[in-house]
Ligand binder design. Structure first.
Ligand SMILES: Cc1cc2nc3c(=O)[nH]c(=O)nc-3n(C[C@H](O)[C@H](O)[C@H](O)COP(=O)(O)O)c2cc1C
Length: 362
């Protein structure tokens, strides 16, 4: 099975082609510090070829949701050291996903401060999970050029901190309607300066953030997650194929390790003017870096995707959440545990570190 074959990514050697995709679990403390349960959660999943952490806030300003971890205070960095050491001790590899939420946040969990976003345009038709329950999205404050420059620097500092914490690399979270993807979408970006208007202007933020990460830690430790046709977070682009084609062509000029390409989900239908093409077929073939295919894969479809030859690896989210020993289960053709939606975000050990492993004789 190709999924279980060894491979390389940047300067890393992976024991299989099964990546655990990033999943927010909202189990950090109020200071954004992860604890022993998180050490155990990731260590249990160390048989993945590579683990992407849950999204990690690069700064206080990056905050959008409660109980999500950060990587900008000494306490946060020290806590991540325990995670990376334990995963490495089990023979695993782990990359930090770097996060800035932008308008997908709420002032309740930002010390009363409105979120910053490309333009003062709120997310429509959805509510945000806050520490005081579900709330309507607020109209964010337009981020200034000085704040954009500071944010780019914060990505670099967070990447440096991730190296200090022992991570094997960093992933720019440019998917799912958070700040980098907000810059690409007309539904969030109506700026008239060099960060809005034309496609090159809208792509500028993502490219500058990537350049900052690459120059800080070296391209072989850097990747990016994109979700071109996924409208989650009210991401509506006038020309999604043209915008992401431009972005991919510009990313091709940079020297880094991989693009994790997340396909749209059947649960979030894209707008009528979007192309029907499969994202891996459409963009994957253009991408110079290694492609990691994501969203909705199981063993058969993941294997088929690798057979097609565009993607070098496949990342699995919910299947890894519910099956700490997913590679083993694929190997022996075992039944899979089903994910429990009620315990995905927040809570304690239940639904976090108590998903059963296969018995050793299975
Ligand atoms: C509980 C949960 C939390 C998630 N949090 C993140 C996140 O922090 N960063 C991210 O890039 N994607 C996040 N995702 C999306 C997953 O990484 C993945 O792209 C998605 O679940 C599709 O893959 P799957 O069909 O294999 O689950 C999350 C998904 C789930 C189920």
């Amino acid at each position: 099975m190709k999924l279980l074959e060894k491979t390389t990514l940047g300067n890393l050697t992976l024991k299989n082609k099964m990546v655990m995709s990033a999943m927010t679990r909202s189990r950090a403390d109020i200071n954004g510090v992860v604890g022993d349960m998180t050490v155990q959660y990731y260590t249990q999943r160390a048989s993945a070829g590579l683990i992407f952490t849950e999204a990690i806030r690069i700064s206080e300003e990056a905050t959008g949701s409660p109980l999500t971890p950060g990587i900008y205070t000494p306490e946060q960095i020290d806590a991540w050291k325990k995670v990376t050491k334990a995963v490495h001790d089990q023979g695993g590899l782990i990359v930090a996903q770097l996060w800035y939420t932008g308008r997908a946040g709420h002032s309740i969990d930002r010390n009363g401060k409105l979120p910053l976003a490309p333009s003062a345009l709120p997310i429509q038709g959805a509510q945000h999970f806050t520490s005081q329950g579900l709330k309507d999205y607020e109209t964010p404050q337009e981020i200034t050029i000085a704040e954009i420059k500071q944010t780019i620097k914060d990505y670099g500092q967070a990447a440096k901190n991730a190296m200090e914490a022992g991570f094997d690399g960093v992933e720019l979270h440019a998917a799912n309607g958070y700040l980098p993807s907000q810059f690409l979408a007309e539904s969030a970006n109506q700026r008239t300066d060099e960060y809005g208007g034309s496609i090159p202007n809208k792509a500028r933020f993502v490219l500058e953030a990537m350049q900052e990460l690459i120059s800080t830690v070296g391209g072989d430790k850097v990747g990016i997650k994109l979700s071109p046709f996924h409208p989650y977070g009210n991401m509506i682009l006038d020309d999604p194929a043209g915008t992401y084609t431009y972005l991919v062509e510009e990313l091709n000029k940079l020297d880094f390790a991989y693009v994790e390409l997340m396909k749209r989900s059947p649960y979030f239908p894209s707008p009528a003017h979007y192309p029907a093409d499969d994202e891996i077929d459409l963009f994957g073939g253009m991408i110079q870096q290694t492609v990691i295919a994501n969203a909705g894969y199981d063993e058969a479809s993941g294997e088929a995707e690798l057979e097609k030859g565009i993607a070098g690896l496949v990342s699995f989210g919910t299947l890894f959440l519910a099956n700490p020993d997913l590679p083993k289960r694929f190997e022996v053709g075992a039944e899979l545990n089903q994910p429990d939606r009620a315990t995905m975000f927040g809570g304690a050990a239940a639904g976090y570190i108590d998903y059963p492993f296969l018995a050793s004789n299975e």
